[in-house]
Design a protein around this ligand. Structure first.
Ligand code: ATP
Length: 239
């Protein structure tokens, strides 16, 4: 579904990604873990068209998408739930969700039943359902994070990129976020999950990649990575 080959990217003269390869097959949850500054967010930005890769390629369903602008990539069915709760604070929860479906409009008619999908995503995120008429800026940080995820779901996407969905959340909300991720997984949604919270990410994922200093240090089935002594020592808080 999504394939990243020998990807290099950075900011100006600073190279952050030094030729990485990641494969996200349809229906699977793939996680990318790594410590602060490893280049996880930069990888997401290079996939979603926010920065242009300097080498390598990104393909979605066989179509080469690197170099496309973000809007075109969204229209091809790639949804992005960005790091740091980027919601529209002066708009209601419902309007934020409807905006998530915006790329589904080509001409005047949308693809699929947006009203129905709105109700479905509110069912999936009960906290948002209770607050559907509230301004997004008045939600707690954790609720805003969920809104960013729910908005990604509203694209009715082929694949969702989740950038650190647990960041800054209280443990109870982290649990809720991961429950939602497994729920999406059981519905067959393909996901690339970037997380610092490696243990939870490896529990929900099928396969994982470990990013260190802009390179893939190791990769393998999630269950195997969880038992890898080096991964355990560096990312799972124990030897
Ligand atoms: P974190 O978990 O802390 O978000 P990360 O793995 O997502 O880390 P990135 O945000 O991709 O890491 O950052 C990788 C490197 O790129 C860092 O050295 C960072 O300083 C640099 N970097 C990130 N964003 C920019 C930017 N907009 N301009 C210049 N350098 C940047």
């Amino acid at each position: 579904m999504l394939s990243i080959k020998n990807l290099e990217a950075g900011y100006g003269k600073v190279k952050v990604l030094h030729g990485i390869n990641i494969d996200v097959p349809k229906g699977q949850v793939i996680t990318l873990i790594g410590s602060n500054g490893a280049g996880k967010t930069t990888t997401m930005r290079a996939i979603t068209g926010m920065i242009k890769p300097t080498a390598g390629e990104v393909t979605l369903g066989g179509e080469k998408i690197d170099g496309y602008d973000s809007h075109k990539i969204a229209r091809l069915g790639l949804a992005h739930s960005p790091e740091g709760r980027r919601v529209f604070t002066t708009m209601s929860v419902t309007d934020n969700l409807l905006l998530g479906a915006f790329p589904r409009f080509t001409g005047s008619r949308p693809k699929g039943d947006i009203k129905n999908d709105l109700e479905k995503s509110l069912e999936m995120f009960p906290r948002l359902k209770e607050r559907r008429n509230q301004l997004a800026g008045t939600l707690s940080g954790g609720e805003q994070q969920m809104l960013a995820m729910a908005r990604a779901v509203m694209l009715n996407p082929e694949i969702i990129l989740l950038d650190e969905p647990s960041m800054g959340l209280a443990p109870i909300l982290v649990e809720e976020v991961f429950k939602i991720i497994s729920n999406l997984k059981s519905q067959g949604v393909t996901m690339l999950l970037v997380e610092q919270f490696a243990a939870a990410a490896l529990n929900v994922a099928d396969y994982g990649y470990v990013l260190e200093n802009g390179k893939i240090a190791t990769h393998g089935p999630a269950a195997k990575l969880k038992d890898d002594p080096a991964v355990k020592a560096a990312y799972l808080g124990g030897g």
